[in-house]
Design a protein around this ligand. Sequence first.
Ligand code: 1PZ
Length: 205
Amino acid sequence: MADSTSEKPLRLMAEAFKDLADTVNSGSAEVELAPFSRACSLVSPLFVCLGIAFKFAEMDYVAKVHDIAEASKSIVTLQAMLERDVRDNSVKKSGSHSRNLLRVKRGLDMVKLLFEQILVTEGDSLRDPASKAYAQVFAPHHGWAIRKAVAAGMYVIPTKGQLLRKLNEDESSARIQMQNFATACAPVVLYIDKLFLTRELGIDW
Ligand code: 1PZ
């Protein structure tokens, strides 16, 4: 039996990111890997709701979040994780914690943009909101084959009504949680960008 909170994935996401945003906005504490990876894992139910077309995205995202969760056993903060990869000269290496963090950050940014687009788009189709978010966040970093597969997947994503039903939300409750998530996610994404940019590692790779 699912408990009452696990039936509300959007609220859980929004609350977890609000906590991270509070840490970032306090300016006095560093973001720790454990709560960060826990918050990121709460995004996964969205993929299930989006259906089989996004199985590949889900597997990639879940594996990368899992890698960061594993790292939390020996490293406390995001900052320390990056510094370790800098020291080992492995920031951009395939499968490195830092590289995975940059990919997960894009996933969060994608969800944020998707929600923002849903909030300003009329009608029941998610194709435009999802396409716009993907075009902005991931398309510049994905090769032709993945871009084509995603474009094809856009034709089989559920409608907004179907998505909200699976997420156990109605239109007005979903709007609140999507807005809350987008608001909380913004400073977290900026914080991660800054971790890379202040070390001159770039974020466009
Ligand atoms: C209605 C919403 C539609 C959502 C569309 C989401 C499209 C994302 C499709 C991504 C396919 C990912 C395939 C794997 C790509 C990997 O090559 C790269 C690079 O990984 P590396 O070489 O460093 O191991 N991985 C990524 O770019 C991360 C992909 C994460 C996808 C998260 C998407 C989150 C969107 C959720 C939307 C609800």
